[in-house]
Design a protein around this ligand. Structure first.
Ligand SMILES: Cc1cc2nc3c(=O)[nH]c(=O)nc-3n(C[C@H](O)[C@H](O)[C@H](O)COP(=O)(O)OP(=O)(O)OC[C@H]3O[C@@H](n4cnc5c(N)ncnc54)[C@H](O)[C@@H]3O)c2cc1C
Length: 309
């Protein structure tokens, strides 16, 4: 299991594969399970379907580690146009983006400028923007970035990972700025000196962080989204919320499009906030490989597509 995860995460960064795998028709067919399509209109259609069942969405326009600032500028423009469209069509869709998609490898200040274009537009329309968290090289810089953004934008949130030993300290060190947090387990390959190598420990840490965050929501009104498909963990979080007297409407789960759809619906029916993250765009390869790595059995699904016409 760990070996397949490592191979898939290695493949997610392989330049040759990045270029050639997305050309394969059977892979393109398999990707549809996690992504309604490459165009924003495909994503909006999928979002509308979910909204009929009381499930709002978060949109991510796929891309990461760009090499030229012009690409960052274009990405920021895409998000601004998306936010305008969301507003015009009165949809309950937030956005979430990767900082390396808007120039983080190239310039901190330029990234801030592009991010502010997006978050400013979102604020104008009463909408919100989350920052995805990437591999551990970016964590310090991302925290500094988020603190800077938070000075002017209360509509920005940040994703953090429970597989990193440091996350509780990171949370405590920024709790005074009332961060908005999306808590996830973490999707990258990290060394054992900075991240729990055992899944059990990652899950335990997730619960510990959740208990801390639930109290922050209860006492300080901090928005937290629990980004996990782990139903057992979700149940533990619900119980803890109940124990401390936190109402269902103050508890939010987020899950990915195409994964555990029935459970997503059930959460909505039970009265919890549930938001589905929908990704779209042409640059889906590394993102898709990380989805396969989360559940290597998904590779079987890709192979099935190889043999269907
Ligand atoms: C809304 C959201 C936003 C995220 N944003 C980020 C981010 O910014 N940075 C980051 O590093 N990671 C992000 N992730 C990914 C996250 O870090 C995990 O890699 C991923 O969610 C898998 O862990 P899990 O907690 O869902 O559960 P696990 O404990 O891995 O699995 C629980 C159950 O869900 C099923 N499951 C999990 N993943 C899949 C899958 N891909 N396909 C099919 N079944 C699956 C498992 O089979 C199992 O039954 C995000 C996840 C979500 C839900």
């Amino acid at each position: 299991m760990e070996l397949s995860r490592n191979i898939l995460l290695w493949a997610s960064n392989n330049e040759w594969m990045k270029k050639h795998i997305p050309e394969r028709k059977f892979v393109r067919r398999a990707v549809k399970r996690f992504m309604p399509g490459e165009n924003v209109t495909d994503a909006i259609e999928a979002g509308r379907e979910l909204m009929k069942n009381g499930i709002p969405a978060t949109f991510t326009y796929l891309g990461e580690n760009i090499n030229e600032l012009i690409e960052a500028e274009n990405t920021a423009k895409q998000y601004v146009e998306l936010l305008e469209r969301i507003y015009k069509e009165q949809l309950d869709i937030e956005v979430s983006l990767k900082l390396t998609q808007i120039g983080f490898d190239l310039s901190f200040d330029k990234t801030l400028e592009y991010f502010e274009q997006v978050t400013h537009t979102a604020k104008k329309y009463g909408n919100n923007v989350f920052i995805d968290i990437e591999d551990s090289h970016y964590v310090d810089k991302t925290l500094t970035f988020y603190k800077e953004v938070k000075k002017d934008y209360d509509n920005a949130g940040l994703c953090l990972q429970s597989y990193l030993y440091r996350t509780m300290d990171d949370l405590k060190n920024m709790i005074d700025i009332k961060p908005w947090i999306r808590l996830v387990k973490g999707a990258y390959k990290e060394p054992a000196d900075i991240a729990f190598p055992e899944k059990r420990k990652v899950d335990e840490n997730y619960l510990m962080l959740s208990k801390y965050l639930l109290r922050q929501t209860k006492n300080e009104g901090i928005r937290v989204a629990y980004g996990t498909h782990d139903i057992k963990l979700q149940e533990q979080i619900k119980l803890e919320a109940e124990r401390i007297g936190l109402e269902k409407e103050n508890l939010e789960f987020q899950m990915l499009y195409g994964i555990k759809e029935r459970e997503q619906m059930k959460l909505a029916e039970e009265g919890y906030n549930i938001r589905t993250l929908i990704s779209y765009g042409k640059f889906w390869y590394p993102w898709y490989m990380r989805r396969l790595a989360e559940r290597p059995a998904n590779v079987g699904f890709v192979l099935k597509n190889l043999f269907s016409n």
